[in-house]
Design a binder for this molecule. Sequence first.
Ligand SMILES: Cc1cc2nc3c(=O)[nH]c(=O)nc-3n(C[C@H](O)[C@H](O)[C@H](O)COP(=O)(O)O)c2cc1C
Length: 183
Amino acid sequence: MASNPQELVPMGNESIDTIMSRRSVRKFTGEKVPEEDIKTILKAAMAAPSAVNVQPWSFIVVQDEELLGELANRLPHAKMLAGAGTGIIVLGHPEKDDTYAREYWVQDCSAASMNILLAAKALGYGTVWTGVYPDGSKVDTVREVLNIPDDIIPLNVIPIGFPAEEGRPRDKFNEGNISWDMY
Ligand SMILES: Cc1cc2nc3c(=O)[nH]c(=O)nc-3n(C[C@H](O)[C@H](O)[C@H](O)COP(=O)(O)O)c2cc1C
């Protein structure tokens, strides 16, 4: 038994343990994630489910220190980008579809984002999802800094790198959040 009730006991399944032990990381060594691992992480992102399989996403990988610094300076809740070495921006493409499915771009891109966090964790990297959409001024900032066209929407910015802090796995399970059969 864990001595701290908030601490998790490994469940004996690698995938579940990755999910349960992921925590947001906001301090990094600054060393850049190698391209091969970025590709693996983005393959995981693009393996996500999406409504009608539209896959309304694309990704910008930023490793240029000046750009990371500018984003960090201008996005008040993403300061940690400056020391992360790498940032991944998940972009929504509602224009990729002209049916009802386009309305699902946030869910689709969120599923891809979650795969990024988990694949990175599985490879030993730290990440933190920093929100951009639906904050109009953050959307404008990211578009301006990275030259993103108006019909493409940055959902988030994900600093990713070698962790310089280890968040302790937390048990957030709450039986009260579950109903069976009826609400
Ligand atoms: C939509 C969304 C937006 C978030 N925005 C920020 C942010 O701007 N800056 C930040 O430091 N963390 C941000 N987070 C991370 C949350 O603060 C974090 O996931 C939460 O506190 C739970 O901690 P954990 O990820 O360690 O389990 C965001 C998370 C989500 C899902």
